[in-house]
Design a protein around this ligand. Structure first.
Ligand code: WT7
Length: 632
């Protein structure tokens, strides 16, 4: 697989040039390095008016043959996954490719025994145990579509996702360990399933051994099911454009969006980008600290690394437990060579004495990475000085759930990094900057709205069950371009720096949160008339949430109400979405057409009131002053 690696800057320039001049030739040659049951007829067919994108059209494959079977002859005994428990007193586990293959096949047979067929949707709501990776791969093995829901989400959020995809089977655990906390996953799932008629079976992995309730009609134990099967399970042959998985991401309006990724293009791009950005070499130990509940975990814990025959680390816990040295203790212990985490984690760790880092031997580290939000200068340098010892390139990787893989990033040691810049596009990626009217900014040095003007293999093909919304959100703002929702600037060398969202999505601790669903949750409260939620800068989380709420006439502001609002948000969406600040207001600044002027609210929340712009066009300009005066 290392044949698809770029080895020098010149190599990068040539690959990039070729990928632009002849994308089909370029990607066809990359795809030759994978296992296909049948070769594609056409590399790319697309029409972004519709919009429709197809890669490796007519090709047949199973991604798990690429992740597992292919390595058995050459790397069967090599470690595929190193699993590191939440509690350092529990043993680390090393799972070889051979063993992983066998365990995936066995669980795939469990799914079959429970009536899961190709095309069925399976919801996975699990902690970061090995079985989560096994479950994901087992679904792919038989052509079932996995929908992983992050185990920090509430019952309401879980139910909404199960129902949107009409999943028939739920895979969960009794509970999950994260730091000092135990999350009662089965209880939460039980609560969710009251609203989910499509679920016919829940397979429960025993992790915490806590007491749970049991519904004999639906529930069955994971370990009991495994006793009934063998580990022989031929891979289902999939079409390149068959769905591989659905993964939900928040939108700026109500419902989460079930992003659909397909088999062939996703496999090729996740693997190609993994190898090139991280420059993975034989015997390296690669660790991405993300949760598999996010796209980062899908592409860069499971699929990209395993397709590359890499050794990938899966960590159950959190960076702060048992203390703030946990990440570095693991890096030393496992001799980690590539380390990939989020700016929010870096900022949180940077608050603590540097001894938490310096006491560990990090000399095996070669590459550091970040993802999820812009990384500020200070955090970048802390990471570079303390973790990388100024000796490791830092890849700042810009991408999205929708893009399936890293889009703009330096390639470690090959192209130059630059603090706070994601830098250059990967081969095959054609970013451009637009002004507000959608005109391309052709000067190299420019700032504007980021867009992508040509298809790449791992683009999400649709929003599950709602192609119209897909078209509206991503392909309508600037016709014939993919619109990611971010702003960016470009320096004279062509390096991109992502400046943040240009829509109503706020990134809190690296989690992409739509403000609309949070507002909807708050508005459910009987005392609340209306609300507006915006982000404001926060030292550690990057952004935190600020909610402006209007209560009914006779309801006074009080602490109980504030707490109830927070609890309601946590229950509806998850604890991560709880507003840090809640301000009771008499009205919200609105345009004459009734749209809340979030721009003004953002400025007030950020204490940046010197330049509010012209408020006179508002329906209710006087409200702005009263909100400022009454700000806490
Ligand atoms: C949004 C996508 C990609 C996996 C994690 C988040 C922001 C992501 C960067 C970066 C600046 C970044 C963007 C993007 N973002 N990476 N390196 N620099 N911003 O995936 O939840 O789909 O969120 O995260 O705003 O649009 P996601």
């Amino acid at each position: 697989m290392s044949q698809i690696q770029i080895n020098s800057f010149q190599d990068y320039q040539e690959a990039y040039q070729k990928s632009i001049e002849n994308p089909s030739l370029f990607w066809g040659e990359i795809a030759e390095h994978f296992e296909w049951n049948k070769k594609w007829d056409n590399v790319l067919e697309y029409d972004w008016q519709k919009p429709e994108t197809k890669w490796f059209v007519g090709g047949k494959l199973n991604i798990t043959e690429n992740c597992l079977d292919r390595h058995l002859a050459t790397k069967g005994d090599q470690t595929a996954i190193i699993w590191e428990p939440n509690d350092p007193k529990e043993a680390t586990q090393h799972v070889s490719y051979k063993e992983l293959h066998s365990r995936v096949c066995a669980f795939a047979n469990v799914l079959k025994n429970n009536n899961v067929k190709k095309g069925d949707r399976v919801c996975i709501y699990m902690p970061m145990v090995l079985e989560l990776s096994i479950a994901v791969l087992a679904c792919a093995r038989i052509g079932a579509i996995h929908s992983v829901v992050f185990a920090g989400f509430s019952a309401t959020a879980l139910a909404a996702r199960i129902n949107d995809a009409t999943c028939t089977v739920l895979l969960t655990a009794d509970g999950g360990f994260r730091g000092k906390k135990t999350t009662p996953l089965k209880d939460i799932a039980d609560e969710a399933l009251k609203e989910c008629p499509s679920i016919k079976r829940t397979i429960v992995y025993q992790r915490t051994h806590q007491k749970i309730s049991w519904n004999t009609k639906i529930d069955t134990w994971w370990h009991e099911e495994l006793k009934k099967v063998d580990d022989d399970c031929p891979a289902e042959i999939m079409d390149s454009e068959d769905m591989l998985f659905i993964l939900y991401t928040s939108g700026s309006t109500g419902k989460p969006k079930g992003m659909v990724h397909t088999c062939g293009g996703y496999m090729v791009y996740a693997t190609y980008s993994f190898q090139n950005v991280f420059q993975y070499k034989n015997n390296d130990i690669y660790w991405c600290t993300a949760d598999i509940g996010w796209i980062t975990g899908h592409s860069y814990i499971v699929y990209g690394p395993l397709c590359s025959g890499a050794t990938t680390v899966m960590f159950e816990g959190v960076p702060s437990y048992p203390d703030f040295g946990r990440f570095w203790e693991i890096c030393e212990k496992l001799k980690v060579t590539q380390f990939y985490t989020a700016p929010t984690a870096i900022r949180a760790l940077a608050k603590h004495p540097s001894e938490f880092v310096t006491k560990y031997d990090l000399s095996n580290l070669k590459v550091l990475g970040t993802v999820g939000e812009p990384i500020n200068e200070e955090a970048w340098h802390w990471y570079d000085d303390n973790v990388g010892k100024n000796n490791c390139p830092i890849v700042d990787t810009w991408w999205q759930t929708e893009t399936g893989g890293m889009m703009i990033s330096s390639l470690a040691g090959i192209t130059k990094d630059k603090p706070t810049f994601a830098t250059l596009p990967l081969p095959g990626i054609q970013p451009i900057l637009l002004d507000d009217n959608g005109n391309e900014l052709t000067e190299t040095k420019a700032e504007g709205i980021l867009a992508i003007k040509y298809p790449w293999p791992s683009l999400a093909r649709t929003i599950y069950g709602n192609h119209e919304r897909y078209k509206n959100v991503y392909f309508s703002a600037y016709p014939n371009h993919y619109f990611p929702g971010d702003g960016a600037l470009r320096d004279a060398q062509g390096n991109y720096r992502i400046t943040g969202r240009v829509d109503d999505v706020v990134i809190v601790s690296g989690h992409n949160l739509g403000t609309a669903p949070i507002e909807n949750a708050i508005n459910e409260h009987e005392s609340i008339v209306e609300s507006a939620v915006v982000g404001f800068p926060h030292d550690i989380k990057g952004n935190a949430l600020y909610a402006y709420v209007i209560t009914y006439n006779n309801v006074e502001e009080n602490e109980d109400l504030t707490n109830e609002i927070r609890t309601l948000v946590a229950k509806t969406i998850g604890a991560i979405a709880k507003p840090d600040k809640i301000q009771f207001v008499k009205g919200l600044p609105k345009t004459r057409s009734g749209k809340i002027m979030r721009r003004i609210l953002r400025k007030i929340a950020s204490n940046d009131i010197s330049n509010l712009g012209d408020v006179s066009t508002l329906l209710n300009p006087e409200i702005v002053k009263s909100i400022i005066d009454e700000k806490l």
